[in-house]
Design a protein around this ligand. Structure first.
Ligand code: PEP
Length: 257
């Protein structure tokens, strides 16, 4: 059985109506390999526009829309926050959670991330759960400890079986937006650790959970990264803002065994 591969565009606080339109036009002309899903995650104000644009270009059944965050509560006095219901009203299917920028700049803890994962799952949204170590943690040979500490609160909150509906994105913090990509071998070794960690709890789930790589992926390095046995696509930041480059990356993704 082939594992699903996913290429997700994380536009962060970039892009707007023009990029929504350009991306739809480019996506309308790409061919994807079997078992590859593409998810585009613009900022909240453009989710609805992307949904309309996908419908207009007849792409809504082929490509998915993702958000970059969700609040852990249903509704109420949480000024500036966005609920799962609001995302679903914009045809959102995925949500990026635990991105290192949210963990470091907005001080989101792994416990809070776990609550958000639960809220997403309970509302039928697929979490793209980001985990990753800092450069200092890698230098101190703490990578596996850090990744385990980021995964465990989510496992405790939702249970291992819920990982059938979770996508993991391994994003070494030192590789995000820096141009310093992990070597394919280094990334593969860490992805294998993540899968083994899950397999210790449920081997079947571990085989099914897509584990994406993120961190300075571009049109030049994507093929070698995606060729690794345990890399099931990518979470793409900077390169996803260039429709041409992003579509090259999408076309390079393979469904894995
Ligand atoms: C990201 O922010 O998720 C990311 C991987 O960014 P970049 O591709 O720019 O390193």
């Amino acid at each position: 059985m082939k594992r699903q591969s996913i290429v997700a565009a994380n536009w962060k606080m970039n892009g707007g109506f023009a990029l929504v339109e350009e991306m739809s036009e480019r996506l309308a002309h790409i061919s994807l390999q079997e078992s590859v899903n593409v998810v585009v995650c613009p900022s909240f104000p453009f989710l609805s526009a992307l949904s309309h644009s996908f419908i207009q270009h007849e792409l809504a059944d082929t490509f998915a829309i993702g958000a970059q965050n969700v609040n852990e509560f249903d509704s109420g006095a949480y000024t500036g926050e966005v609920s799962a219901d609001m995302l679903k009203a914009c045809n959102v299917q995925y949500v990026i959670l635990g991105h290192s920028e949210r963990r470091s700049i907005y001080k989101e803890t792994s416990t809070q991330v776990a609550h958000k994962v639960k809220q997403a799952l309970e509302n039928g949204l697929t979490p793209i759960l980001c985990i990753g170590e800092s450069e200092a943690e890698r230098m101190a040979e703490q990578t596996e400890t850090v990744l385990a500490a980021q995964l465990q609160p989510v496992i405790d909150e939702v249970g291992i079986s819920a990982f059938a509906n979770i996508v993991i994105a391994y994003e070494p913090v030192w590789a995000i937006g820096t141009g310093k990509t992990a070597s394919p071998a280094m990334a593969q070794e860490t992805h294998q650790f993540i899968r083994t960690f899950l397999a210790e709890l449920d081997a079947n789930i571990a085989q099914k959970t897509p584990v994406l790589y993120g961190g300075s992926v571009n049109a030049k390095n994507c093929e070698e990264l995606f060729a690794q046995a345990d890399i099931d696509g990518g979470l793409i930041g900077g390169a996803s803002l260039k429709a041409d480059e992003f579509t090259v990356i999408c076309s390079a993704a393979k469904g894995t065994n």
